[in-house]
Design a protein around this ligand. Structure first.
Ligand code: ZN
Length: 377
């Protein structure tokens, strides 16, 4: 069987063991992970386990392994066994460029899962090449920045002009009490640097007022995570317009009482925009007139009200992780994004999780006329 791997790697999450020979002298070699299980039948698996398996670490070519084990395995037998493992996706090639060894060691669980879900695909390289702008670093935003850094996103922009409030330490306990009064962007970027020194982190603490300001902080990013407080909704609607005009993907997140809302994710030209979503939310409210009046109040508010909003630390953590997972899917393609035209709600009191569709609003003042062909991604 031909084998095309250059430097075969057996990811570390596989448990490998062999059964002793049966009465006919046949042995069984097991490869087992949470998702996969493969048995090879043959002979000399004790030697295979001792001599070949340790060389399947992505640092040796097939020829080197052949040369090193020529005393126990004819080349064709070895290639056949390795070929079966490669065909099953258990043996993979190390994607090039390879992740730096010290980073790979840290994120072995993620790299192993990527190998498991899609052998040979370069998800990690895509993350390393990506830039994510995180807008609003109270509550979920700080958690998203930190989780994406841990996941190996190449560049993270920490965008927030405000300082760390005591309630930020409650919602994001890893910021720590001594950070109160320091800049949020500076504080979170410091945490990112400690957690993942290979990540390029950009501090942006300019005050954001206009669409031009927003355009400047998100330009060149691959996706934006917006975790601004509802009291800053004026800025969120500006972000919506800027992203529609530039074709920028973005994902919204809100922490509201005992329910968190992750999404929707906006793909300009495809599905609803943020204004569509808010108009639908108002229309579905028990009293749409009152809901609209509150939306207008929030639009005029222009203030981060998160320190006095009703919330739980657990909601902030859950929201951060759901949004982070969606962003990894958006950047790698490991699965279809789940929140384009949808929101995910988690009710903390009974842990009810639901997904709701959000339909585009015909004649929406923001996105009407923005077609997929108009935007470049
Ligand atoms: Zn719209």
């Amino acid at each position: 069987m031909p084998i095309s791997l250059q430097n075969p790697l057996l990811p570390t999450h596989y448990s490998v063991w062999f059964d002793p020979p049966d009465e006919d002298g046949d042995e069984v070699l097991h490869f087992v992970s949470e998702r996969r299980s493969l048995k090879l039948k043959g002979r000399s698996f004790r030697e295979f386990h001792q001599r070949v398996i340790p060389m399947l670490n992505g640092k040796h070519s097939i020829e080197e392994i052949e040369t090193a084990t020529t005393d126990i395995f004819p080349a064709d037998e070895l290639r056949e066994a390795l070929g079966v493992l490669a065909e099953q996706g258990i043996l993979v090639d190390v994607p090039q460029p390879a992740v730096a060894p010290e980073v790979a060691e840290r994120m072995a669980p993620q790299l192993n899962l990527f190998h498991d879900l899609a052998p040979g695909l370069t998800f990690q390289n895509k993350l390393e090449a990506a830039t994510v702008a995180v807008l609003g670093l109270s509550g979920a935003g700080a958690g998203i920045a930190l989780a994406l850094a841990a996941a190996g996103v190449g560049t993270i922009r920490c965008i927030d002009s405000l300082t760390v409030a005591p309630s930020d330490v409650y919602l994001s306990p890893f910021t720590g009490v001594p950070a109160v009064g320091s800049g949020r962007a500076e504080t979170v970027s410091g945490l990112v640097e400690r957690a993942a020194p290979q990540v390029r982190v950009v501090v942006d603490d300019r005050k954001l007022d206009s669409e031009d300001d927003l355009r400047a902080v998100i330009e060149g990013a691959d996706i934006v995570a917006c975790c601004l407080d509802a009291g800053q909704s004026n800025l969120i609607f500006k972000l919506n317009r800027v992203c529609l005009a530039s074709g920028m993907r973005w994902i919204a997140c809100s922490l509201a009482g005992a329910e968190i809302v992750a999404g929707p994710a906006m793909h300009p030209g495809k599905g609803p925009c943020y204004l569509c979503y808010r108009m639908r939310a108002v229309a579905c409210a028990g009293n749409p007139d009152d809901a609209f009046a509150y939306e207008r109040f929030l639009d005029r508010r222009k203030s981060d009200d998160s320190p006095r909003r009703e919330n739980l630390v657990f909601g902030a953590g859950l929201a951060a992780n759901f949004i982070g997972m969606e962003i990894v899917k958006e950047l790698t393609g490991l699965a279809e994004p789940s929140l384009v035209g949808r929101i995910l709600t988690v009710r903390l009191t009974d842990l009810a999780i639901e997904k709701h569709s959000v339909l585009r609003k015909p004649w929406c003042p923001a996105c009407f006329g923005v077609q997929e062909a108009d935007v470049d991604k």
